[in-house]
Design a binder for this molecule. Structure first.
Ligand SMILES: [Zn+2]
Length: 177
């Protein structure tokens, strides 16, 4: 078409902006994204969803032992505050990658016959002080966890078959409580 050359490239032209509702669309929040249906997470219990326990390497290996989820939900109910899973299922490869920061090579985080019996937890909100971790572990002690480990900013709980185990990580300092 003859005439004045375009001042702007066609996709930035005024006519093009009018079609899209004006240039202000650039500054509008993307509210329309909120109506995209969000898949409901698969819940394992009232407060815990399956994805929270997945191996972070993305392998999708294993699932949580229902008895452990029951214990965890009981702990969540007695704490009355949201808990965050800092580590759940670990495949052997992912667990081995954590050896340098103290993961046991036969950790209960690794599924046995496809079932994982362990997770590390912390508070989802508020302080992660040793004092608060100690209170959390005291509540866990009153439930049916077979394994209980105290770490700075998190605790380990597991529902392993067999004998109970208790430990305190060497970075834990009683002076900090
Ligand atoms: Zn993995």
């Amino acid at each position: 078409m003859a005439g004045k050359p375009h001042k702007y490239p066609v996709e930035l032209s005024y006519a093009h902006d009018r079609m899209r509702g004006g240039r202000w669309w650039l500054f509008r929040p993307v509210n329309h994204l909120a109506i995209v249906p969000h898949p409901m997470p698969k819940m394992l219990s009232k407060n815990f969803a399956a994805y929270e326990f997945e191996c972070p390497c993305g392998c999708g290996y294993g699932e949580m032992a229902p008895a452990h989820i029951d214990n965890l939900q009981r702990l969540r109910d007695s704490v009355g505050e949201p808990l965050k899973i800092t580590s759940g299922i670990r495949c052997q490869a992912h667990n081995d990658s954590l050896k340098s920061i103290g993961a046991a090579s036969r950790s209960w985080h690794i599924p046995r016959n496809g079932m994982c019996y362990a997770c590390d937890i912390t508070f989802a909100t508020g302080s992660l002080s040793n004092q608060r971790m100690l209170r959390l572990s005291t509540m866990a002690e009153q439930l049916h966890f077979k394994g209980l480990g105290l770490y700075p900013r998190r605790i380990h709980v597991d529902s392993r078959p067999g004998r109970r185990a208790r430990w305190i990580n060497h970075h834990w300092n009683w002076k900090d409580i």
